[in-house]
Write a protein that binds this ligand. Structure first.
Ligand SMILES: *Cc1c(COP(=O)(O)O)cnc(C)c1O
Length: 382
């Protein structure tokens, strides 16, 4: 059954439809003018010199690690409280993901946990801006510098978020050696499938362009392959879609901010329910999802079932990496206790959240959640 109120919904206007249709009327369906324009728009928005569009955020993470020559024998520090793609990309290049715990307020890697996890083999950290909340960039940048570590930002959930104050304020994606974005339909902007990597160093940009296109340097002939690469290209239709979406980013972020604010007003009175912070020092949040923490005694599965029966979709953001069946068979890095991650993940519930979620629908969600918590949800966690 399709839920009456879905967890997320893309926001496609006639301008996107027109832009994609226009591409279909040209002879360029891949590696054409839209790719270049989309990359230029992404680079300009972030005030970085280079953006390289790729076929997914996961592909972007994979190429970012390869570009920085991270591989076998290297350790990469990543959060466990995140999307599995982060750890998978590290495994894909033959390196070892070292999972660390998070800060309970920002849900991002705790700088002290990162520092604790550093060994002589540590080469890099992947800093995820979880749920659109910028990570603790001052501390993490210092740690990276002090230990000579590379930094990849995973900004897939945080397009448009900023960190810092006054003139030092920067959009996320400008802090790391490389930064990765993803444009799956539930993200702030979508290209259907897609992603991008931001780079400061022109040599990095060149390598990313080569690796996404079978190891073919941008200036080389079609069958000249300087190295082993991949097909991680993003088609012209997707670039055209992304370009219109990016041009609307300020409106999109404002919409999402109002939806978050309305949830706060509606849910604030439910006893024992913890809400995500609307504001945090040094940061502007780019709202990706709205994740509440259920009361300690609530049974999340029953809450989800009861809401689903009322036509309301919910999600478990996130199921920690180290608790996944795919991870449990591995030895690497799973030996570190992650108490904050585990206790938060068990209680997390993502509510329906998208640009045009209506106040009436939010009221339905809030009333249903309150009612469900009073009855079905109050059995202890199994
Ligand atoms: C969405 C997301 C990605 C990228 O996902 P794709 O589906 O491959 O585009 C990567 N990391 C995080 C944290 C994400 O949320």
């Amino acid at each position: 059954m399709t839920p009456r109120i879905p967890l997320s919904a893309p926001d496609i206007t006639q301008a996107e439809v027109d832009a994609v249709t226009r591409v279909l009327e040209t002879p360029f369906l891949s590696l054409g003018p839209e790719l270049q324009l989309f990359e230029e728009a992404l680079a300009a928005y972030h005030q970085v010199p280079h953006a390289v569009a790729v076929s997914s955020g996961t592909a972007g993470l994979h190429l970012a690690l390869l570009t920085l020559k991270i591989g076998s024998g290297d350790e990469v520090i990543v959060p466990s409280f995140t999307f599995i793609a982060v750890a998978n990309a590290v495994l894909q290049v033959g390196a070892t993901p070292v999972l660390v715990d998070i800060d309970p307020v920002t849900m991002n890697m705790h700088p002290a946990a990162v520092e604790d996890a550093i060994t002589p083999r540590t080469r890099a950290m992947i800093v995820v801006h979880t749920f659109g909340v910028p990570a603790e960039m001052d501390d993490l940048t210092l740690i990276a510098r002090r230990h000579n570590l590379l930094m990849i930002e995973d900004a897939c959930e945080a397009l448009g978020a900023t960190y810092g104050s006054g003139t030092a304020t920067k959009r996320v994606g400008r802090f790391g050696d490389l930064a990765v974005f993803g444009f799956y339909p539930n993200k702030q902007i979508t290209t259907g499938e897609g992603g991008a990597v931001l780079a400061h160093d022109p040599a990095h940009a060149l390598r990313l362009q080569s690796l996404r296109n079978q190891g073919r340097r941008p200036d080389a002939g079609w069958l000249d392959h300087a190295e082993t690469g991949f097909n991680y290209r993003l088609p012209e239709m997707a670039c055209a879609l992304g370009r219109v979406q990016l041009s609307r980013i300020e409106g999109i972020l404002a919409c999402r901010q109002s939806v978050a604010k309305r949830y706060h007003d509606l849910l604030g009175k439910i006893e024992g329910l913890e809400l995500p912070a609307l504001k945090l020092p040094q940061r502007t949040i780019s709202w990706f999802v709205f994740v509440v923490r259920l009361p300690q005694c609530a049974n999340r599965e029953r809450v989800q079932d009861a809401l689903a029966a009322r036509g309301i979709a919910t999600g478990r953001y996130f199921a920690p990496v180290h608790l996944q069946p795919s991870w449990k068979s591995r030895q690497q890095g799973a030996d570190r206790p992650l108490p904050v991650t585990e206790s938060i993940a068990r209680r997390s519930l993502a509510l329906p959240f998208f640009n045009h979620l209506q106040p009436g629908q939010q009221k339905v969600v809030a009333d249903a959640l309150q009612e469900v918590l009073l009855s079905a949800g109050s059995a202890p966690i199994a």
